[in-house]
Design a protein around this ligand. Sequence first.
Ligand SMILES: Cc1cc2nc3c(=O)[nH]c(=O)nc-3n(C[C@H](O)[C@H](O)[C@H](O)COP(=O)(O)OP(=O)(O)OC[C@H]3O[C@@H](n4cnc5c(N)ncnc54)[C@H](O)[C@@H]3O)c2cc1C
Length: 449
Amino acid sequence: MSTFAQRDLAGWGRFPSQNCFATRPEKRREVPYAANDEFVSDIIARGLGRSYGDAALNLDAGVLLLEKLNRFLDFDAQTGVLHAEGGASFADILETFVPRGYFLPVTPGTKFVTLGGAIACDVHGKNHHRDGCLSEWVEEFDLLLASGETLTCSREQHPAAFWATIGGMGLTGIITTAKLRLIPIETTSIRASYTRTKDLDETLAEFGRDGDFRYSVAWIDCLASGASLGRSVLIRGNHAAPDEVSGDPLEFGAKRQKAVPVDFPDFALNSLSVKAFNALYYAAHPDREKIVPFEPFFWPLDAVSDWNRIYGARGFIQYQCVLPFETSRDGLKTLLETISASGRASFLAVLKTFGPQNLGLLDFPFSGHTLALDLPASAGIVEFARELDEIVLNHGGRVYLAKDATLSPENLRRMYPQIEEFVAVKARLDPDNRFQSSLSKRLRIGGAQ
Ligand SMILES: Cc1cc2nc3c(=O)[nH]c(=O)nc-3n(C[C@H](O)[C@H](O)[C@H](O)COP(=O)(O)OP(=O)(O)OC[C@H]3O[C@@H](n4cnc5c(N)ncnc54)[C@H](O)[C@@H]3O)c2cc1C
């Protein structure tokens, strides 16, 4: 009898929410059976569902919930290489290895992601300009194919499968285990530096002085207009040395999370309330340096569980794009003017610098500036996101599939020139197109309609 059961699922943005058929294997040996269960027409892996849109959904088809596959298999203290199952979460890795003096080489803005999900999106952190994407630190992974065969993929072994799966949104198979190189740390504190800028030019100029900082990000006031357009608070830092902290230098206590208990009503977030929040945030961050603990520096939003409910039951999208350095000033200006004029409120907007692109066929980052902001999924959101897509395309940029819920198949092909190569590798690894998602069907990747 099939273990799949009907379930409404959504990404972190809660838009869209879809009827799927899900099963949750407890052990690795159960995965091949679940992946090939004929009860579902096709299937996609899901970690902790922290992608925002429909990447880990599969409307009326199969979803494999992998968060129970979370065992650590081996750790080499000489090299820092951790061998773990694909459902192991970054939160678990941190809790176990930080007190032993190891840290994640790359972390997204939440620690509630799985190793498999993070590889499938090839996540970036505040250190992309220095350290690249997560894949730079992935030695190898085991990929379960639809045939039941497992390929151990690395830069040397099955490199085509490696570079298609890195950033490949789960469409080549299931990452059952992976080896990730952790970095040594001496403290769990950051020497943080806050720099306030008055407009976009000053913000971009300041990013140009990132050289000394391993971590760098800017909160940008995307509702500021006129002379203040692009004003930001840059938040940058490096790991603090032991003599800069008091007490246990490797203390890492998971604080109790506060929760958003209900969906906020639609009127709670409007451009006036967000404008007021943004003005307060800007005023509260004068230029200064201070030693801060890891948690608020890397994962400020994790302090409030279910914060996605503040956008109300209708949900929201996160729009993230990257623009090359040559055009980013003009592109960002047009994007910010369009967003500010639309009155669509977003108080979570961040700007970062990316370093060079890697070999991942669907990898998102390339050298340039990336802007990410939340937009409530109010009437006309798809059309508005597509208006933004045109601006991004006109400036040679692209959007991040891990966040996407609105891109069109045509624009995917204009943004990701290696998509046909990806489809060709997928066809070799998955000839019957067993691995599909709502995202791949919407974007017509891999023969899906
Ligand atoms: C608050 C917040 C901040 C974020 N900040 C960042 C950021 O700074 N940088 C960044 O890059 N991203 C960021 N993200 C996005 C997030 O890091 C990625 O979407 C990540 O992949 C989510 O991991 P997950 O385990 O929840 O995967 P899911 O959302 O469950 O799945 C994401 C994709 O991975 C695939 N997948 C999952 N597990 C496997 C597996 N075992 N094998 C094969 N494929 C698999 C799925 O099919 C899907 O396509 C953020 C998200 C949130 C909510």
